[in-house]
Design a protein around this ligand. Structure first.
Ligand SMILES: [Zn+2]
Ligand SMILES: [Zn+2]
Length: 429
């Protein structure tokens, strides 16, 4: 063990790539940033990166679970390590003012024309993956193992991971011993990385509720069953799930993000539509939340005097994202490697969030593969200090103002992840 550690440490110190590669990576980043594609439509992005990985020397398989790409480098005996980056952008109009800002407009799957932006930093993830690919290929005489680089489509709509697994990611290719990923952080400075053992990101469910009623004249409410009042009652009652029904020690969120019904002041409509997002960590809390919703919705209809045929319809959307559970032993190993590479002050323990990431899906396939997602600092140092000084809020992920400090973030990501992967090739956790 000690011997391996020293070997790795020497490698870590020596790891620095040439200026030329840095410049290429930044150019690649800017090109990806300027040309974001929406979920399920990452055709050009996936084509470009597949060719790039092939030209570096990887064995590349295209169209894995849609636009997914798998690049494999088999390099002797050792663990198989998977490193994932996601490829899709968001329907957001970029307002960062960057010279390489996206001006792209495309048709979404519903046929509407929308702006697109890499507002979740997936362009950084892809660039880091290419940097890692290039570095580990060039230095393949310093390690032994199998490297599985995965470019995932449709992460934002929770389809990519599921589709890639269904299409044989863990059966057609060497099965990973470890799954790793980075996600940029909108609150951590560029040059730093974040780690967290255990629950890191939440289960995400989307639920549609159609509240039915009997419409009529606004001046004769007694002749109607007003779905607006029933919906208002449901919205209020839903607030008691987290505050009164789930244990205070178990994190959960129930948010009604959309409520629509009615057309005019004096017309009581026939229905109101609600859209909810639910968050939790454990399956128990997830199931408890879903059954509470069912009970509350049904109870509200009964108390309004509606008969069964008019009970609200609940639809749990199938774009479920499972929570990300970071394998504690894997986090410990990688965190140690990050410290060796970047120094103690650059490796920060972060708090869990209730955001979702369908990377969690890769850690749920039996037999379970140790899986961990790490945060890659992306906030410009000056912006960070100014925000702290003036008590300003930094743009969050998905904001039209979110602009990573790409150069230091990418270099840190490539350096830290390349070393961590090399460490894991030889590691027996
Ligand atoms: Zn996102
Ligand atoms: Zn993301």
């Amino acid at each position: 063990m000690k011997k391996i550690f020293i070997l790795i440490f020497t490698f870590s110190i020596n790891l620095s790539y040439s200026k030329e590669i840095q410049v290429n990576l930044l150019e690649l980043y800017k090109e990806l940033h300027a040309n974001p594609e929406l979920s399920y439509q990452e055709y050009e992005t996936s084509k470009k990166l597949a060719s790039l990985l092939e030209s570096i020397g990887y064995q590349v398989t295209r169209n894995v679970g849609g636009n997914g790409v798998v690049a494999l480098l088999e390099n002797g005996d050792g663990n198989t390590v998977m490193f994932r980056a996601d490829m899709d952008g968001l329907p957001v109009e970029e307002k960062t003012g960057a010279s390489y800002a996206s001006k792209n407009r495309v048709k979404n799957l519903e046929g509407e024309e929308v702006f697109t932006m890499h507002a979740c930093g997936h362009d950084v993830h892809m660039t880091v993956l290419i940097g890692v690919a290039e570095y580990l290929y060039k230095n393949k005489d310093t390690w032994q193992g199998k490297l599985l680089l995965v470019l995932e489509p449709a992460e934002e709509v929770s389809g990519g991971a599921r589709n890639m697994i269904k299409d044989g990611l863990f059966t057609k290719f060497p099965r990973p011993d470890f799954n790793l990923a980075f996600h940029v952080s909108a609150s951590l400075q560029a040059g730093k990385v974040g780690y967290l053992p255990g629950w890191a990101m939440a289960n995400v469910d989307s639920v549609d509720i159609t509240v039915k009623g009997l419409g009529g004249h606004g001046a004769y409410p007694h002749t109607t069953k007003d779905p607006i009042v029933i919906a208002a009652n449901i919205v209020t009652q839903l607030q008691t799930i987290v505050s009164r029904q789930i244990a205070p020690t178990d994190p959960a969120v129930v948010t009604v993000g959309s409520i629509h019904g009615g057309t005019k002041h004096n017309v009581i409509p026939n229905e109101v539509k609600l859209q909810l997002t639910l968050r939790s960590y454990t399956d128990e809390v997830r199931n408890q939340t879903l059954s509470s919703i069912e009970r509350i919705v049904r109870g509200s209809a009964i108390s309004a005097g509606l008969t069964e045929e008019y009970f609200p319809v609940i639809e749990i959307k199938d774009e479920y994202t499972p929570a990300v559970f970071n394998n504690p032993s894997l986090v410990e190993e990688v965190q140690r490697s990050f410290v060796n590479t970047l120094g103690d002050d650059k490796v920060i323990q972060v708090s869990p969030v209730m955001g979702g990431e369908d990377f969690g899906m890769f850690g749920r396939v039996e037999p379970i593969i140790p899986t961990a997602l790490f945060w890659l600092g992306a906030v410009n140092n000056e912006v960070y200090e100014k925000a702290k000084r003036d008590d300003l809020t930094l743009p969050s992920l998905h904001s039209d103002l979110f602009l990573p400090d790409a150069d230091p973030a990418i270099n840190t990501g490539v350096e830290a992840m390349s070393n961590a992967i090399v460490d894991l090739f030889a590691n027996k956790i």
